[in-house]
Design a protein around this ligand. Sequence first.
Ligand SMILES: [Cu+2]
Length: 204
Amino acid sequence: MLGACASAMATPASPEVSVSAVPDAAPGLEPGPVSSGTFRAWREGATAVTYDAAAVPVGATAEVSVNEAAGSVTVKAELAGLVPGRKYGAHLHNNPCTADPAEAGPHYQHRVDPAAGPGKPSVDPVYANPANEIWLDFTTDAAGTAKATSVQQWRFDAARPPWSFVLHAEGTHTAHGEAGTAGARLACLTRDPVPAYVNQPGRG
Ligand SMILES: [Cu+2]
């Protein structure tokens, strides 16, 4: 299944690279608690883009909500307009969406895999697992809708919050050497930004 990793392999997976890319994309902003969008082909400024309209049709929708509490985070995704009865992989990734699916970067990791780096995604199940990353894999119902939830006993690092929700062609793999990979990147939703002080009262 290593061929399925192709897009991830091309990703700048270094945390340093990803973090430095975010302030340019959204100066003074951080991802807000609820983000939604309608998938379209890429256009400048798009926040919901489909890279494969056969698998994520134009007009399909996604909403992602992030609820951070003391010592925990709950992420919920709701989707509609997808291919009925189809399995998709889905995760939160580090960077906002662009015209290039790879630019969403690697998965957000609570404990960052020290072996990962540019062109070298984290495929070690010690780090690439659904307790250390936000996996939201789902199978659509007969109407093409789905819901998924991930609950973690940790919070996002405010210095490097996950900026995107990416849909993949396959369910997420778990074996060593391919853990976290899920085939081609089909679509991407950038989380809606809010001023950084909104969620940090001490800075307001
Ligand atoms: Cu992913």
